[in-house]
Ligand binder design. Sequence first.
Ligand code: CP
Ligand code: NVA
Length: 299
Amino acid sequence: MKHFLTLTDLTPAELTSIINRAIEMKAELATGTARESMKNKVLGMIFEKSSTRTRVSFEAGTAQLGGYAIFLSPNDTQLGRGESVEDTAKVLSRMVDIVMIRTFSHSMIETFAANSKVPVINALTDDYHPCQLLADMQTYQEHRGSIQGKTVAWVGDGNNMCQSFINAAAQWDFELKIACPEGYDPRQDLLQSHQDRVQILRDPIAAVTGSDLVVTDTWASMGQDEEKAERQRVFGPLQVNEELMTYANKDALFMHCLPAYRGMEVSETLLDSEFSVVWDEAENRLHAQKALMEFLLAQ
Ligand code: CP
Ligand code: NVA
């Protein structure tokens, strides 16, 4: 049995086969030729943070594969009243076939997985968002082919998305240039273990110059609402806009995991510009996670 807590839980070959299967499943959905590979399977979905894309893509994807998804929030489960993560994992994993969790601390999903008899998927923690990277890598491949050897610029906070991009750089073999303000760097241990391909550059123009893909994310992630005003002040010069995109390579793409805050980390109009693939990126959450669940259930 395998879990998917970070991108490093799978090999590059396994990740590639999931992306290829996601592309195939997207075509199968469009032509009405999909297999019911989750027939009689149940997905448990634990959400301790808000979500639009993740919830709908997992829930709709499970239904499309003939399975059933159960939405579990701490407000309505005993998890919110102090039942331990260990005990919850032991009980739930006797009842469902696969679990996805969106929570704060990454150690919570590690503890859950260590006590689970079924595969556990990280649907975002404070540290990583690997499902989003599956969709992002699928989207790049669909628009531009292989990302191997390309250069990606991350402009913004060294957050969970940035840290998953660091793992992705290793797994898909690309260069990553990060423009983030001092004090908002990704984890040092991650940077150190990937220093051969990941560089911190404070200047957004320096990071974007020569890039094939430019990516940003909100300046204040879930759980950082009180820091919003301070973060807007610090991150102000890092907005990704049409002007900044002119420094990237000619056929560069723009990605954002969404939700986006127009006029903050991204200009009012970039999401709808010819650079942007954000709507495909959001849709691909559906296909990529279906391929992921099919893969994990087959182990
Ligand atoms: N990108 C993403 O995970 O979106 P949600 O927070 O809406 O699930
Ligand atoms: N970094 C953001 C991503 C949201 C999908 C957050 O954690 O809130």
